[in-house]
Design a protein around this ligand. Structure first.
Ligand SMILES: [Zn+2]
Ligand SMILES: [Zn+2]
Length: 351
């Protein structure tokens, strides 16, 4: 597989959560959570089109100011996504500053904030530099359950977790890559051209195999035309490879309801980032703070059958002893031996 994105856990396993998903072949990046993002370069931050915020605890959202500071002058604006109450919270952040000068800037800078509720209804607010970032209602609409953003290149899904407050976990599913085998095209006497874009779109949309694709092109004797089916073209000139699937989970209480949602969201992911805040020995503390232990997190990775897993958001009480959390996590994940769920007795999980 040719990876077309790369990811960076901005502050390592102990730092404030922020995951950068950077598209190699596009001028675009996404952020999952907005903890401290000062370690990212201006160039990287300017690529961020959308930031998905799990919840507005400070360690996940305090980086908003820095992102805004860096991006203000650009004309593309920024879009933020978060749990219930988020639009108002973004409004309060923006209202904390004085904006008497920016109204006169030539470029308009717009922050769009979306908040999703448990019924998958999206409510949106717009904040424009021209109006001193005062909230303008941007309406609401129903989402396909569990899907925040659906583009031809990727999807962002979410799950609602309980963390004493609603908290969103996110999944990034890259669409499959569609490569055209140019030598095969030539061998079949077919031209390149806009029809290939049409074909790609049909394949992405899952068009039936017998869907006709008209190919027209001029040659020395005038216009030529051929019609082939999507199925034939898929077999003869296209190469389809799976896109990457990432999942990002933090913060969550150790309940079976959370476990089921996390497993469903992360099922079969190539890479899972999951909080492993506390050692199982400190499970009471983890429960009080509505966080996962490394063991519980590792068991979820096993249940979800992910290919790779990275424990994140480790409590700084273990600074210098990250290896302990890592080992507990690995044992629960790989030493599980079977796909048994988190042990109710050991975790005391209650739905
Ligand atoms: Zn939190
Ligand atoms: Zn946190």
């Amino acid at each position: 597989m040719r990876p077309s994105i790369h990811t960076r856990l901005v502050n390592g396993a102990f730092g404030d959560p922020a995951l950068l998903i950077d598209f190699k072949f596009e001028r675009r990046a996404l952020l999952f959570d907005l903890g401290d993002v000062t370690a990212l370069s201006t160039r990287q931050l300017l690529r961020v089109s959308d930031a998905f915020v799990s919840h507005a605890h400070m360690d996940h959202f305090a980086g908003f100011d820095h992102l805004l500071r860096v991006c203000l002058g650009r004309d593309t604006g920024i879009t933020l996504w978060g749990p219930p109450g988020f639009v108002e919270q973004v409004g309060h952040k923006l209202a904390a500053y004085t904006w008497n000068v920016i109204q006169n800037y030539e470029t308009e800078f717009v922050v769009v904030a979306h908040e999703v509720d448990r019924d998958w209804r999206l409510r949106s607010g717009r904040f424009s530099s021209r109006r001193a970032f005062r909230l303008e209602d941007a309406g609401s609409r129903a989402l396909e359950p569990g899907v925040l953003l659906d583009t031809p290149e990727y999807r962002v899904r979410a799950a609602f977790l309980d963390h004493g407050t609603p908290c969103l976990a996110f999944a990034f599913d890259e669409a499959f890559h569609i490569n055209v085998w140019k030598p095969r095209l030539r061998a079949l006497g077919l031209p390149t051209g806009p029809w290939l874009t049409r074909l790609r779109r049909l394949v992405r949309e899952g068009a039936p195999e017998d869907t006709p694709v008209e190919i027209r092109w001029p040659d020395g004797r005038g216009e030529r035309e051929r019609t082939l089916s999507v199925g034939e073209l898929k077999r003869q000139v296209l190469e389809l490879t799976e896109g990457q699937r990432l999942c990002y989970v933090t913060d969550a209480a150790m309940t079976e309801a959370n476990a089921e949602r996390i497993v469903a969201l992360a099922a079969g992911a190539d890479l899972l980032y999951i909080e492993a805040a506390f050692l199982e020995a400190d499970v009471d503390h983890a429960r009080r703070k509505s966080h996962l232990t490394a063991r519980f997190a590792g068991e979820l990775a096993a249940r979800a059958g992910v290919r790779e897993a990275v424990p994140i958001h480790l409590s700084t009480r273990y600074l210098g002893e990250g290896g302990l959390l890592e080992r507990e996590f690995q044992q629960a994940w790989k030493g599980a031996g079977n796909a048994a769920g988190p042990r109710q007795a050991s975790t005391g999980a209650s739905p």
